[in-house]
Design a protein around this ligand. Structure first.
Ligand SMILES: Cc1cc2nc3c(=O)[nH]c(=O)nc-3n(C[C@H](O)[C@H](O)[C@H](O)COP(=O)(O)OP(=O)(O)OC[C@H]3O[C@@H](n4cnc5c(N)ncnc54)[C@H](O)[C@@H]3O)c2cc1C
Length: 484
């Protein structure tokens, strides 16, 4: 007699997506749009992903408050008398939490009530086509909007890894023991520290330094690289450094951290600066020294997935070394910004469904730092073109010489365009200045359509606007290209 098999059937999906953040959600939608059966597996305590819960949206909500405090302080310049603004940290936090709650609810609804099977579980590979899942305490899985038990394992034909990133702790003696704040803590603080040391020179460190400074902290920024925002061109970083100094943010660049200590209720950072030992003491330290891909507990080796420098190695089609498995967003370490996680997710979702070979175009990469002035860049930087040995022409124009920015009261910074010397095609551009994060989209649009500086210069621009400033370097370059 045949023995009865009581083992539960392992659910099978065309596509399994690990991680329900912005990249994972985009990947699942694209795969579902291609007709695949899709499971999204989310293992975090909360649903929403980094951008909504602890990244882009909470930081931008907070910055909105501190930037307004700063603008109110400048009111007299514009002929308005007001009292000194007094930040109310608890109210700032409540406003941020209200928005984040709404965004997270919306994302949860998209995941739970969508066309996917939404599984609340922490996944790891158990072979090339199987995942083992640990349920998340108290969380419910859903299929077509209905609660279902979390399976212990699932099988897939193709898988998309979208597990994001986590805070990186560099190996500095005493750093963790001293009780440093991270960006996760900084977005939930109900008080403003009197004095604050910010470690790091990237976007998060710059945005939060200015935020706390404008709320009243005395901020000291200590970083390893010789310039702020080390991936960007130095002229952009200089604008920000000048602004920080004008706001009395102390800057130490080109340092090496030696040690961090707790001294009573204070914290002290000891570092090397130009061969001299220095020490700075403050109420709090904010450690913003970067993030690293969340891949340690995935057991990537079980699925034959290769890593490089701590991230999942992928090709332009987002495929890993296992051709049935893709990796997108922060976990592949290419560029940690959300619209790129989404673009990569859409590409992987399509390729995972039809076995195709759509590729991600790094030509249009972009980055915005939401400081004041905003720093934005798209396409290639001067540094990158020089390193490639690719000839290019560059022209820039200062906001201090532009009518609308004078009226706006924002004259620090400039716009810059880089183009091919023969065809005039725009290769890259940057803006350090008012609304740089919005204005950069004109250059992104031009580059998307492979536009030239002559075409940009010929495009009508309303007067007086901040946007018309882009026509000046475009005209200068168009003339140079025409002269040959
Ligand atoms: C403070 C801060 C500010 C930022 N500001 C900006 C900004 O202004 N603009 C911008 O473009 N970017 C910004 N970023 C970066 C941006 O948030 C990220 O690049 C983006 O959210 C990454 O999306 P993702 O889908 O790759 O990962 P995530 O959104 O992190 O999603 C990963 C998901 O995978 C889940 N997961 C992890 N491991 C497993 C597992 N084994 N099983 C199941 N689930 C798992 C996690 O719980 C998580 O929900 C900011 C980041 C920070 C920290």
């Amino acid at each position: 007699m045949k023995k009865k098999d009581n083992a539960p059937r392992i659910p099978e999906f065309d596509v399994a997506v690990i991680g329900g953040g912005s990249g994972g959600y985009a990947a699942a939608r694209a795969a579902r749009g291609g007709g695949a059966s899709v499971a999204v597996i989310e293992g975090g305590d909360e649903v929403g992903g980094l951008c909504i819960l602890r990244g882009c949206m909470p930081t931008k909500a907070l910055l909105e408050s501190s930037h307004r405090a700063h603008e109110i302080r400048r009111a007299r310049e514009f002929g308005i008398a007001v009292a000194e603004p007094r930040p109310l940290p608890a109210a700032i936090l409540r406003r941020k939490n209200r928005h984040i709650g709404e965004f997270a609810d919306y994302r949860r609804g998209q995941l739970e009530d969508g066309d996917f099977t939404f599984i609340r579980g922490f996944a790891r590979f158990d072979g090339r086509n199987e995942l083992a899942l640990d349920p998340v305490a108290g969380a419910r899985s859903r299929h077509a909007g209905k609660a279902i038990p979390t399976p212990r394992r699932i099988r897939f034909r193709r898988c998309i890894i979208a597990t994001g990133s986590q805070i990186a702790w560099p190996d500095v003696p005493g750093l963790r023991e001293a009780g440093c704040l991270t960006s996760d803590d900084a977005i939930s603080m109900t008080r403003v520290p009197g004095t604050l040391i910010v470690l790091g020179g990237g976007s998060v460190a710059c945005e939060l330094s200015q935020h706390f400074s404008r709320l009243g902290s005395r901020v000291t920024k200590i970083q390893r690289s010789p310039q702020l925002l080390s991936d960007m061109d130095a002229d952009l970083a200089d604008v920000l450094a000048e602004q920080f100094r004008s706001e009395r943010i102390r800057l130490f660049t080109g340092t090496r951290l030696l040690r961090v200590e707790k001294r009573g209720r204070l914290r002290r950072v000891i570092f090397d600066h130009g061969g001299k030992r220095r020490a700075v003491t403050a109420d709090e330290i904010l450690c913003a020294l970067g993030r690293r891909p969340t891949i340690d507990s995935l057991d990537l080796g079980a699925a034959g997935i290769r890593t490089e420098r701590g991230a999942i190695a992928v090709d332009d089609s987002m495929r890993t070394s296992n051709p049935d498995i893709f990796a997108i967003g922060d976990c592949n370490g290419i560029i940690e910004v959300v619209h790129i996680a989404i673009q990569q997710g859409e590409i992987a979702g399509r390729n995972a469904t039809d076995g195709g070979n759509a590729t991600w175009d790094s030509r249009l990469k972009a980055h915005v730092v939401f400081t004041d002035p905003q720093i934005a860049a798209c396409g290639a930087t001067e540094k990158e073109l020089e390193a490639e040995g690719r000839p290019f022409l560059a022209a820039s124009y200062p906001f201090a010489d532009h009518g609308k920015s004078l009226i706006h009261g924002s004259t620090r910074g400039f716009v810059k365009i880089l183009c091919d010397p023969d065809s005039g095609e725009i290769l890259g551009g940057a803006i350090a200045g008012p609304h740089g994060g919005e204005l950069i989209h004109e250059l992104i649009a031009a580059m998307h359509w492979r536009g030239t500086v002559a075409q940009l210069a010929a495009m009508p621009h309303y007067h007086p606007t901040l946007a018309e400033i882009l026509t000046y370097p475009a005209e200068e370059l168009a003339e140079k290209v025409a002269r040959g």
